[in-house]
Design a binder for this molecule. Structure first.
Ligand code: FES
Ligand code: FE2
Length: 359
């Protein structure tokens, strides 16, 4: 798993007055709102005796450990040890890793790494529709869980050739060819355009389009910056749909997608549930095959699997992942029976001593 990237953690509205446990990259973290109401994220394991801070409570100074009541601020420093006399010093090592947070597209993002702000990759602006704000778009937020490796899941969403075999509603087994297309590098990712013969009309959307309409055009882009994918679909000159997904590894064998569908048609709320059901049917079809792939993780060597030209986007992704891994190393899940490790946060660059070793 890759560090020094932004990861989508949850929908902002989910953060309330309680601390929330979340596992990312095999590490337990706690999300909460600081005194100013801004999202904060800390390593979840108390340096005193290893209790999960997320089982404690939010207090004015930060988050309070449930075991002996130590309070950690949003910067990860312990600000209160209730068992000490007033005026007794709090040890300098009484701190946990604190990760930068951001809010974009209504999602809370956490930067899991130690790069200073100016060196961090940006969360790509993959959903400009979200801030357009003129009511022309309707959005659905959701999360979808996979018992599959994050790279396998990510690759699936930038893989055009599986559509005809896995998705009967819009794939076409009679003509499963994928036209040769140029893959253009952009940022920490790439994009490609495709066009597809329109599928038979169905549902409420079918009533908005002609039987004989031009091909559906898509633009598919990915970026490592927020580990996200944007699929923009032009169904006609005016009907557009965008499916944005940000992928987060829970550990080596589980991943989650935070998805946002944007559409500029059927804007009434009653269309949300059927739209979501359609989308999740597609994700479910993908998930069934993704959970069967072997090896579970994408092999390290590009040559360990065979790719053809229609795999150009997934191959571009593999190259980006490989480059990032070479630059920053990779994160593995610690064994909870024997060790606690923390993903190094930016404050570790100051060179002080910390209780838990970093990864
Ligand atoms: S384990 Fe957290 S205060 Fe003791
Ligand atoms: Fe798919």
């Amino acid at each position: 798993m890759l560090k020094n990237l932004w990861y989508a953690a949850c929908v902002e509205g989910e953060l309330d007055e309680r601390p929330h446990p979340i596992r990312m990259l095999g590490h337990d973290l706690v999300l909460f709102r600081d005194a100013a109401g801004q999202p904060a994220c800390l390593a979840d394991t108390c340096v005193h005796r290893g209790a999960p801070l997320s089982r404690g409570q939010c207090v004015p100074g930060g988050v309070q450990c449930p075991y002996h009541g130590w309070v950690y601020g949003a910067d990860g420093r312990c600000v209160e040890i209730p068992s000490l006399e007033a005026g007794e010093r709090i040890p300098r090592r009484a701190r946990v890793d604190a990760y930068p947070c951001a809010v974009q597209f209504g999602l809370v993002w956490v930067f899991l790494g130690d790069l200073p702000a100016e060196e961090r990759p940006a969360i790509p602006d993959f959903l400009p529709e979200f801030s357009a704000g003129d009511g022309a778009w309707r959005f659905i937020h959701g999360r979808f869980d996979y018992a599959a490796n994050w790279e396998r899941v990510f690759e699936n969403h930038i893989d055009s050739a599986h559509t005809h075999f896995i998705h009967p509603d819009f794939g076409n087994r009679e003509d499963p060819r994928v036209a040769r297309t140029k893959v253009e590098a952009q940022g920490l990712g790439a994009w490609a355009e495709h066009s597809y013969p329109p599928r038979p009309k169905r549902g409420p959307l079918g009533e908005l389009v002609d039987e004989h309409r031009p091909p559906v055009r898509t633009r598919l882009a990915f970026d490592l910056g927020g580990l996200c994918v944007r699929l923009a679909i032009r169904m006609t000159d005016t009907l557009r749909q965008v499916v944005f997904q940000a992928f987060t590894p829970i550990d080596e064998q589980r991943a989650v997608s935070h998805y946002i569908q944007a559409r500029n048609f059927l804007l009434e709320p009653e269309h949300d549930a059927p739209m979501r059901a359609d989308l999740e049917k597609i994700f479910t079809e993908d998930r069934e095959i993704l959970e069967l792939l072997r090896p579970i993780a994408v092999p390290e060597a590009v040559k360990a699997e065979l790719s053809v030209h229609t795999d150009a986007l997934p191959v571009a992704f593999r190259h980006q992942v490989r480059r990032w891994r070479q630059a920053y190393g990779s994160v593995r899940s610690p064994d909870p029976a024997t060790a606690v490790t923390a993903i190094a946060c930016p404050a570790r660059r100051a060179g002080e001593r910390w209780v838990f070793p970093s990864t």
